[in-house]
Every structure is written in C-alpha cells, then in structure tokens.
Design a protein around this ligand. Structure first.
Ligand SMILES: [Zn+2]
Ligand SMILES: [Zn+2]
Length: 390
C-alpha cells in the first residue's frame, strides 16, 4: 500500500487555499531514510476525539529497533508515523473531552498519552481471565500500528499534528512541567512504575538495577522514591552511571571496570545493606546473560523483576534454574504498562522535576526534516536522549 498521499477530491480554488496541511516524518520501509509528507489537517472531529499540535516527541530505543526491522515478526503497513513519547498542545476537541483524572480539556492544554488507540477491550482472555489488560489481545496502537495513508493520517508523534481517537487515555500536564522532563524519561517512566509495583519495594530495601539505559536510569528514581534504603545501578558507560547517581543511585558498578560477573556479584553483596545480597533486583539491560547474574545479586527469598528483555535477543547459555528453587526467589516479568502507570509517572515526574535533573538529559533536538539523522545518532549511542521538535 505504498505510493503518495491519498489524492484529494477536486476542490474549488478558494477551498484549496483554505485547506490546511501538516508535515509528518514518515517511515517508508526498514532502514530507509524518512520522508516528509504533507497531509490534510482534520477539520471536524468525531465526538470525543482530540487534535493536538505536537510540542515534542522522544526517540525511544524501540523506535530504532522498529526502523532497523527488529519488530519481532510484527508486520508494518508502510508508510507509518512513529513516535510514542509525546507531548502535544490541544488544537481542538470533539465536544467535551475529559482527561484520565476527570479534568475537562481545553484548547492550549498540554497533554500526553500512551500508545493504545482508544481503550483496551476489557473482554478478551488477557483483559479478563489473566487480568493483564496491558496485553489485551484486541489492542491497537498509534505509530507503527497504522498506515499514515489512511485518514486522518496523523497517527504518530513525529509530525506537526496528532489525531487522538475517542476514549484514548489522555493526561493533562500540570502547569510548569516542562515537556522535556516528561519526554526525557519517555516510556521508561511508566515501564518502571509498572515494574516497581511488581517488585513490591519495602522501605529500607536494597534495590539493584541492571542496565543504565533510559529504563534503568528511571528505575533509580522509582526505587528511591519508593523508599529504598540503598540503590545500586550496574551498567555503563561512565557518563550514564554519573547520571544514575544524579537520579537517585547511591552507588554504581561499571561493567567495563569490573568485567568478571563474579566480581560484580561480590561487589553487590558488599554494597548491599545486608551481607546476603539485594532484596530486589530489576533486569533492565535486555542482555540475556544478565539474567543469571541478577539471580546471584538477590538474597534468599528476594524478588527479581525482569523488565528489559523486551526483544528476543537469544538464549542465556549459562543459567542454572536450580538457583531459583534454592534461593526461593520470586521471579516476575513486567511487560509495557497500563494507562494508570502513565498517570502515576506524570504525577511522580512533576513532583521530582527539580530534585532530579530530568530535562537536562535531552542532549539532542532535531526538526522533522532530520529524523533520519536523529535515528542514526540514537542507534550509534551518540545521545543520552534525542527528541524531535516539529
Ligand atoms: Zn518506547
Ligand atoms: Zn482485551
């Protein structure tokens, strides 16, 4: 379903002049340069829908994977508009629309939203029997999930506008919350809010986080704000570990300095508040071998939440399941998040925006025309956080 934008019906001259268009950076294929396309801006909204002008959109690791074609078998209907770490300013609403917290939204309000179009079905097996609506079997998503050739076109954040269907979970940003602070932590924030609920962190716990990407870094904040007695981040490189310490970690372990996992396990035990190891471990690195190592960080009866293995990166060859039984470990997976976690993340970020220098990590800003360069720099680890400013 390639080709150019859908041909508009013939219009009279004055109508043609009145028709407003907006730019979008569209992904036309895996590994291909992004193209700028113009689409008509929707003029009348269905009841409950919202049209926003994009203020800022983050570039997430998942976007890079999608661009490179690591989609885990998911078929994309090209062209698509990516961008799911979004802040937009309301241009128009289809009648009265309230945000998640019941606030009536008005023109000029800044909002963010999770990737689910509308809401979960609350009828499928996962929504009801399994009780994990974040894995709703009927879920449809903005961004990569829908072709931008289909009206109303603006389905992702890497564009001048975004069209939000009725019943999408919308969150009004508190006044004075800079968009950078929200986009900087992007989907890492609700991901870790969700994971922390699974970990059941108690006041005074030693919490170890494996990985210092966006998810691991925000994990340090979440652990700290949940009352952890000690927060240890294991990862690298040096600049990211410095950031981890500014974001709530008490200590960091650099994997390029302590290269042998046995030394890192020893160090975690020395650094933990109890000599027996950590109460809670989060796997946020996505590296399969990290799992066997993380099991050894945990004390007997500890909790291990595996968050980072979002893509199938192959098997872990060195793992002995014996340790789960022997240590009586609780091991849980945590996948994505629900809208309630976005709401909690927004509230948390607003409260701690001065305490941790969140917005300072936005190191690179690009216009839509430089989307390809932006993706390349994220792919090549040249940025801490890159954003598109349409
Ligand atoms: Zn993401
Ligand atoms: Zn469902």
């Amino acid at each position: 379903m390639g080709g150019g934008p859908v041909a508009a019906p013939p219009v009279r001259n004055e109508e043609k002049e009145a028709m407003k268009t907006g730019k979008a950076a569209v992904m036309v294929g895996f590994n291909k340069p992004f193209e700028i396309r113009n689409y008509p801006v929707p003029e009348s909204l269905e009841p409950g829908a919202v049209l926003v002008k994009m203020v800022m959109a983050g570039i997430c690791g998942t976007d890079v994977h999608t661009w490179l074609g690591h989609t885990g078998g998911k078929v994309l209907q090209f062209p698509v508009i990516l961008g799911h770490e979004n802040v937009g300013e309301i241009v128009e609403t289809g009648g009265e629309v309230k945000d998640w917290n019941g606030v009536v939204l008005k023109k000029g309000d800044r909002i963010t939203w999770p990737t689910t179009i509308g809401t979960y079905c609350y009828q499928c097996f996962n929504c009801t029997v399994a009780g994990i609506p974040n894995k709703c079997l009927q879920r449809k998503t903005y961004g990569a999930g829908i072709s931008s050739e289909q009206p109303p076109h603006f389905f992702g954040g890497w564009a001048e506008y975004c069209y939000l269907y009725p019943r999408t979970s919308l969150f009004r940003l508190p006044d004075g919350l800079p968009p950078e602070a929200l986009v900087a932590s992007g989907c890492a924030a609700p991901t870790m809010v969700h994971a922390s609920e699974k970990a059941d962190i108690h006041v005074g716990d030693t919490v170890v986080i494996q990985g210092s990407g966006a998810v691991g870094l925000f994990g340090a904040i979440v652990a700290r704000e949940n009352g952890a007695g000690k927060v240890i981040v294991v990862g690298g490189p040096k600049e990211r570990l410095e950031l981890a310490r500014r974001w709530g970690a008490d200590s960091t372990i650099d994997i390029s300095e302590l290269k042998d996992p046995r030394d890192r396990i020893q160090r975690v035990k020395e650094e933990s508040l109890s000599a027996y190891g950590a109460d809670v471990v989060f796997e946020c690195s996505g590296i399969p071998a990290a799992f066997a190592e993380g099991v050894q960080y945990a004390r007997d009866g500890g909790r291990y939440v595996v968050v980072g293995q979002f893509m199938d990166a192959g098997p872990s060859e060195s793992f002995h399941p014996f340790w789960i039984t022997f240590k009586e470990l609780t091991v849980k997976g945590s996948y994505s998040w629900e809208p309630k976690h976005t709401g909690r993340a927004v509230a948390l970020i607003d409260r701690v925006k001065e305490k941790y220098p969140l917005k300072d990590i936005v190191t690179h800003r690009y216009p839509l025309e430089q989307t390809t360069e932006a993706l390349q720099s994220v792919r090549d680890w040249k940025t801490i956080k890159a954003v598109l400013v349409p």
